[in-house]
Each structure stands twice: as C-alpha cells, then as structure tokens.
Design a binder for this molecule. Sequence first.
Ligand SMILES: *[C@@H]1O[C@H](CO)[C@@H](O)[C@H](O)[C@H]1NC(C)=O
Ligand SMILES: *[C@@H]1O[C@H](CO)[C@@H](O)[C@H](O)[C@H]1NC(C)=O
Ligand SMILES: *[C@@H]1O[C@H](CO)[C@@H](O)[C@H](O)[C@H]1NC(C)=O
Ligand SMILES: *[C@@H]1O[C@H](CO)[C@@H](O)[C@H](O)[C@H]1NC(C)=O
Ligand SMILES: *[C@@H]1O[C@H](CO)[C@@H](O)[C@H](O)[C@H]1NC(C)=O
Ligand SMILES: *[C@@H]1O[C@H](CO)[C@@H](O)[C@H](O)[C@H]1NC(C)=O
Ligand SMILES: *[C@@H]1O[C@H](CO)[C@@H](O)[C@H](O)[C@H]1NC(C)=O
Length: 544
Amino acid sequence: MAYITALITAFLATIVIARTVRSPTPPMGWNSYNTWSCSPSEDKIKESSEGLLALGLDKVGYNFVTVDCGWPSRDRDSDGKLQWNATLFPSGGKALGDFMHGLGLDFGLYSGAGYLQCGSTDLPASLGFEQLDAESFAEWGGDSLKYDNCYSTSNTTMVDSSSAESQSPARFQHMAAELDAVDRDIQYYVCQWGIGTDVGHWAADIGNTWRISNDIYNAWRSIWRITNQVVPYYRHTKAGAFADMDMLIVGLNALSAEEERFHFGMWAINKSPLIIGAALDEDRISETSLEIMSNKEVIAINQDLLAKQARLVRRFTEEEWDIWLGGLTGSRQILGIANWRNDSQSVSFDLRSIGVASAQARNVWSASDLGAVSGTQTIDLAGHELRLWLLSDVVTSAPLSSSTYYAAVNATRSGSASIVTCAAGACLPTGSKVGNIASNASVAFSNVSVQSDGKKIIGVDFVNYDYAFTTAWEFGDNTRNMTVSVNGEKAKRWAFPLSGGDWEESGRLIVEVDGFKQGTANDVAFSGFGTGLAPDLVGFEVLD
Ligand SMILES: *[C@@H]1O[C@H](CO)[C@@H](O)[C@H](O)[C@H]1NC(C)=O
Ligand SMILES: *[C@@H]1O[C@H](CO)[C@@H](O)[C@H](O)[C@H]1NC(C)=O
Ligand SMILES: *[C@@H]1O[C@H](CO)[C@@H](O)[C@H](O)[C@H]1NC(C)=O
Ligand SMILES: *[C@@H]1O[C@H](CO)[C@@H](O)[C@H](O)[C@H]1NC(C)=O
Ligand SMILES: *[C@@H]1O[C@H](CO)[C@@H](O)[C@H](O)[C@H]1NC(C)=O
Ligand SMILES: *[C@@H]1O[C@H](CO)[C@@H](O)[C@H](O)[C@H]1NC(C)=O
Ligand SMILES: *[C@@H]1O[C@H](CO)[C@@H](O)[C@H](O)[C@H]1NC(C)=O
C-alpha cells in the first residue's frame, strides 16, 4: 500500500511539471466510430451513454463517451468557431456535455490536426484554429480530445501518410499547448497513427495515449498486425502515457468468443486504453462479448498502477505461439501464452527460462487458482486462445547469461546482405547492422560456442521499422521473416515484430534454436525468407 501511495505521489508530481492532464491508468470508455462510423447524432450518443450505464459498464470502469468524426457543421460561425451540426445535434455541444456529466460520464471530443475531419469531404478540423477550438472544447465541457491526422496537406487528399506534415509532431504539440492553456482539465488522445519516426518519444510527452498504427480492421488479422506493432512501445508506456492499440472490436461480430478474449486480453496486458466500439444496446451486443469486456480481473491487470506494458519474451513462429510477461504491482506478473494458430495445440515452456523460479498462479479467464507453479509447464491451448496467468509470490530465477556477443558486421555475408553503419548510440549493442538480407542472402557466423548439445535460447538483436501503414487495411504485414539454420540443418523461420521508433532502434527477439553441438565450432546462418527482406541484423548471443 505504501508502495502504491508513493507511486501516486510520484505521478502527481509529474502532472504539475508536465501540465497535461493525465490519467494514471489507461483510459476506459466508449467511442462512436466502430458502430456509427462518421455518422453520429444526438440520439445515438445519448442512447449509447444510457446503454453504457444500463449494461453496467460504468461500474467496471468505462467512464467516458467520445463523439468521433461527423459531429460538426460544415461551416464555422462568424467568429470562426466550430459549430455542432444542428440537424444531427439539435441541443448542441454544451447540452450534450451536461447530459453526459449528469450521467456521471466524461465527455469525449474529436477533431484533427489537418484541414478537414477524417471520413468527410467538407467538415472542418482544427488546423489554424487550435486556440479557438481548444476554448470551444472547454466551453462545451469536454473532458478529452481525440486528435486525428487526416487532410494534412490539402482539402482533397484524406490520408497522406508519407507527407512531412502528417509525420511531424508539430501540429499535435500545438494542440497540446492550447489544451494546456484552457481552464479545464482535458485529456489528450493523440491519433497520429504511429507514422514518421520516434512517435513514442514525442507523443508520450504530450498525450495520455497515442495511436501506434493504422486503424483496427474488423477482422482477426488486425490483432496480429497491431500486436506486432505495439511490441517496442514498452519503452514509452508509463503511468499517464499509454500506447493506443485502437478501439476494441469485441462485440462487432467479427471474432469468435475465444478470439474476443484474446483481443481484449492482449490489449489489456499491453496497457492499451480499453475503448469499446460495439453498440451499447442489449439487443445488439451478445452476453458473451459483454462479459468479456466486463471481466474485472482482466480490467484490473490493465488498470494496474505500475502501468507497465507486457513484453514479448518468447516467440515460436512456425509453431505459432508466443509468451508475454508483464510486471504488476505487488511483485506480481501477468503471463500471457498466445496461440496464433486457429487450432488447438499443446505447448511447453520452462518458467525458469523467462525468469520465474516459482509463483502462485491463477488462470484469469477461468477465474481458478492453480496453486504453486515452477519448472516446465505444458498447456493445452484452444485455437486463438490467449491463456492468462496471474503470477503472485513470484520468486525470480537467475537471468540467462551469455559469454560472447556475435556481431553481424563480423559475420560472413553473402548475396545482397550489406553492412550499414548507424548513428552514434543507435543499432545497439554494436552500433552497426547488416541490412538488405533477401532469401538468397545470408549472414553466417562460425565458431559459435555452446556448453552442451541441442536446443539453445538465443537473443537476436534486429531492426524492423516496417510499419506498413498504407497496406495495413488489406493484408499488408508489418513483421519481417528471418530464418536461422544451425550447422547446416534445415532453416527455421521467425516473424520479427517492430523493434523501435526508426530504422536504427534495435529490439531483441528471444527464440529457441536446435542443432547445436557442444564446443566452439558451431555454424549459425541467418537468411531472408520468401519474397520479402529479413529484418536488419545487429547480432546475437547464446543464452546458455
Ligand atoms: C448536417 O448533417 C446533415 C446530415 O449529415 C447534412 O445533410 C447537413 O448538410 C449538415 N449540415 C451542415 C450545416 O453541415
Ligand atoms: C482548405 O480550405 C480552407 C477553407 O476553404 C482554406 O482556408 C485552406 O487554405 C484550404 N487548404 C488548402 C491546403 O488548400
Ligand atoms: C478459424 O477456424 C474457424 C473454424 O474452422 C473458421 O470458421 C474461421 O474462419 C477460422 N478463422 C480464421 C481467421 O482463419
Ligand atoms: C569485429 O571484430 C573485431 C576484430 O575481432 C573487433 O575488434 C570488433 O569489436 C568486432 N565488432 C563488433 C561490432 O563486435
Ligand atoms: C536475390 O533475391 C533478390 C530478391 O528476391 C533478387 O532481386 C535477386 O536477383 C536475387 N539474386 C540472386 C543472385 O539470385
Ligand atoms: C574458427 O576457429 C578456427 C580455429 O580456432 C580458426 O582457424 C578460424 O579462423 C576461425 N574462423 C573464423 C571465421 O573466425
Ligand atoms: C512470412 O512468412 C509467412 C509464411 O510463409 C507468410 O505468410 C508471410 O506473409 C511472410 N511475411 C512477410 C512479411 O513476408
């Protein structure tokens, strides 16, 4: 408890310095977009707000309603102020804010950093009107602002993600300053889409939350894409600043119940805001979806005051499963075992290898205590299941260690693979990397030492910043495949997630590779796969 108090005090201290209004835990609420697209109305918003209460969602923490795109009139008034579309919102913004507050809910507003709003051809956004609009948001009683990134360069091109204007932090920082200047606490939800570079760096300074990717699509494939994109943002996620994986598609009839649990759980452990997109109407939302989004134990993990994003600690790509681990208050941890395969499978792993000597475990979704766990665990996963274990009384095991670092620049390169030198302090830990690794190229290491025969855990340092924004709505993939072959044996493939905030910030993927022979004479070769390039390779070490 003392620990939690200290945390809150430290957190309040940050608010004063940063001036921006922060919520210490990820925001939870509802947004009109996934149900109503850019066609909200006063009736729809009021019914949804009342629905949120009727379904008891306020009781478990969902406390705001955001009116997304489509609310304003085409014309600003004679003073240049934004106006609500009087046909759609006859009572206007202030009355809607009062209504929301009367229900005990916060009022979420929406605008954009460009000329026009997303999803329209003529509705104004805030570029050039930042101060006036921030004042209007305050007058209407707004408690948060979602700030989007459409029409950044013209009144005709809605999405121009390669433009300097849409990639720059400047317009988002401008609105942050104007929100700071008004006499009302307004949370700021940056929706820049995670384009350009170093978004986590600048966005965590100004936003409660910041979108890391293109929109979620109402299909399972979005879950893989966005999950791979959030991986490196653990460096920036902290109390008051959360990477936003986008609104939930739970309850939108696209996923199975198992997949909805996976999606909700993955968002929860990564400390994404939990923003419901489903219709808040008991006739339109299934009891199962409602139960998933109301699960108090999963919500408590998301709302944990330590505010630490989970880490991808192990990936088994050909076997299609991952292990995730995240710190929680009270020396607890959340363990996530993600089955990306659309079939059941039995998986095994040694808790010691992820740093846990022993713990008390609770299966979160089944709400059952498992007692003490240690050593090798074998778990039967359903297709697309995310098993969540809450670990308490955790006794940590000694971290894995290595004696030698194998730098890619010192390996034997073949084919297209070429050395890239990086800026000082980048491409850690070596300062350089090998790029352009196609499937017919390789980066080969000889004389790799291991202490025993067989399977080894290796830490691969790589760079992938292929955020795949423009292809994301279809089947575009932000991961990169790379294969590893030991002593000439059959190469095995791994999908590498995003590594950082640009093409020089490395990440580490820890994988298990078989075929080693005791001694100093192992050959380890990395290659591309298929038609795409591999991630850039910095180097690796054997965690023996
Ligand atoms: C208000 O919204 C309606 C319905 O979308 C639209 O027909 C009308 O032109 C809008 N009015 C203004 C002034 O933007
Ligand atoms: C977009 O339209 C507005 C209003 O007509 C105008 O002020 C602005 O200059 C236009 N922007 C561009 C880039 O043409
Ligand atoms: C997963 O399997 C189920 C049952 O076979 C099938 O209906 C569904 O389309 C599959 N989902 C995906 C994303 O392939
Ligand atoms: C590459 O090998 C040379 C010679 O052994 C060594 O000095 C250098 O540190 C190595 N480079 C890296 C990045 O480890
Ligand atoms: C290697 O693969 C790349 C990309 O797939 C291709 O452009 C190139 O021609 C190939 N080179 C050789 C020598 O086969
Ligand atoms: C590997 O080790 C052997 C024996 O020490 C040595 O002769 C050889 O040059 C080494 N190969 C490389 C590529 O370092
Ligand atoms: C990686 O390989 C898998 C399996 O062949 C393939 O489905 C996927 O599209 C590949 N990803 C990329 C980015 O090439």
